[in-house]
Design a protein around this ligand. Structure first.
Ligand SMILES: NC(=O)c1ccc[n+]([C@@H]2O[C@H](COP(=O)([O-])OP(=O)(O)OC[C@H]3O[C@@H](n4cnc5c(N)ncnc54)[C@H](O)[C@@H]3O)[C@@H](O)[C@H]2O)c1
Length: 332
């Protein structure tokens, strides 16, 4: 069976992708960011039966030599490692360039040295900025409305240039907002869900009127795997989106029904992005991914969204302690 190398494997999407690939019988080498706690992040949440099949190596995508050595004997590379928190990108933009742009160059050059068959590079819908045309297809202009978005535009352009200049075999997947179990509480859906789970009387939320096109994490991962199996390797870009957007207010109302709990909804100014940086509406077209990658997302339309939101809510009810423990420890 093919050997797969995954950067960012211990993160939210990476851990689901790792789990899905291991369960499908692939050999997976998980590249976990080195840390002094020996933490393997969300990989520790995977059933032990599958966890022990994962070949875990520690490293950092800013270190090309380590990447090059760690990638030996692998066939495919999924590159997910990145700094992703938009608010922190306002505070520390240079670290986003170093990790997301230079890190991507390191991953691609290391993959070339190791004669990797294909690199599946992860972009994001944030590269489009606020929609100028609905639905957003892959030809929509790229607008860096935050340092995070700018760094991901830079990373995508590095990938495209390495393919055009040196024939690096790359396919680019561009997921729209992804949510599900194991996501950081900084992301919008877990922020809201966790407050419902903790039965807060007042639920604090940022911009209630912005809307996003949400993918359930299972669908995002199946899109990654379709990209790996496809014939594409000249840095073609494929949106992964459900094709329907939901306002944050609407999600809050759905959660009132799912949780049978009716808290006060309070707009917290601290959670609102600077005006020109706010992306008001994202809704994507995944026509190309469906047609050429044969991607068939399962959780689509309002029914699919409610089902995936309910699954996520239930997971947080069962696992909120993990987050509680961490926030006590680090006083976040
Ligand atoms: N979550 C979303 O809604 C979403 C949407 C579109 C695209 N994406 C992209 O998907 C990818 C994964 O995002 P996620 O939501 O799982 O985030 P995440 O923060 O959970 O995962 C990112 C992982 O990258 C690792 N990482 C960061 N810096 C590193 C370094 N220097 N060396 C090695 N590893 C490093 C982190 O440890 C983390 O495990 C990212 O590239 C992100 O831009 C996410």
């Amino acid at each position: 069976m093919k050997k797969i190398f995954i950067t960012g494997s211990e993160g939210f999407i990476g851990s689901h992708l790792t789990e899905k690939l291991v369960k499908s019988g692939y050999n997976v080498r998980a590249y976990v960011q080195y840390n002094s706690f020996n933490s393997i992040g969300w990989l520790s949440n995977i059933d032990k039966k599958y966890q022990k099949k994962i070949d875990i190596v520690f490293g950092d995508i800013r270190d090309k030599e380590n990447l090059e050595n760690s990638m030996k004997d692998c066939d495919y590379v999924f590159h997910l490692a990145a700094l992703i928190a938009i608010p922190y990108s306002y505070k520390s933009p240079a670290s986003y360039i170093e990790t997301n742009v230079v890190g991507t160059l390191n991953v691609i050059q290391s993959a070339q040295k190791n004669r990797i068959k294909k690199i599946i590079h992860t972009s994001t819908s944030e590269v489009y900025g606020t929609a100028q045309k609905i639905p957003i297809n892959e030809n929509h202009p790229l607008v860096g409305q935050s340092p995070y978005a700018a760094s991901k535009i830079g990373a995508d352009q590095v990938a495209i240039s390495m393919s055009k200049s040196f024939g690096a075999p790359i396919v680019i997947v561009r997921p729209f907002n992804t949510f599900g179990p194991r996501q950081s509480l900084r992301a919008v859906i877990p922020t809201i869900i966790s407050q419902f789970v903790l039965k807060k009387k007042d639920i604090l939320i940022g911009n209630l009127n912005s809307s996003r096109d949400f993918n359930f994490v299972e669908d995002t991962c199946s899109g990654f795997i379709c990209a790996m199996k496809s014939k594409f390797k000249s840095a073609e870009v494929f949106n992964l989106s459900s094709g329907k957007d939901f306002k944050i207010l609407e999600i809050t109302n759905l959660l009132k029904k799912i949780s049978r709990y009716n808290p006060n909804i309070i707009v917290d100014k601290k959670r609102i992005r600077p005006k020109k940086s706010e992306v008001n509406r994202l809704i994507g077209s995944s026509r190309l991914a469906r047609k050429y990658l044969n991607w068939e997302p399962k959780y689509i339309n309002k029914k699919g969204f409610i089902l995936s939101l309910s699954k996520t809510y239930e997971w947080f009810c069962d696992n909120i302690e993990i987050y509680n423990k961490n926030s006590n420890k680090y006083n976040l």
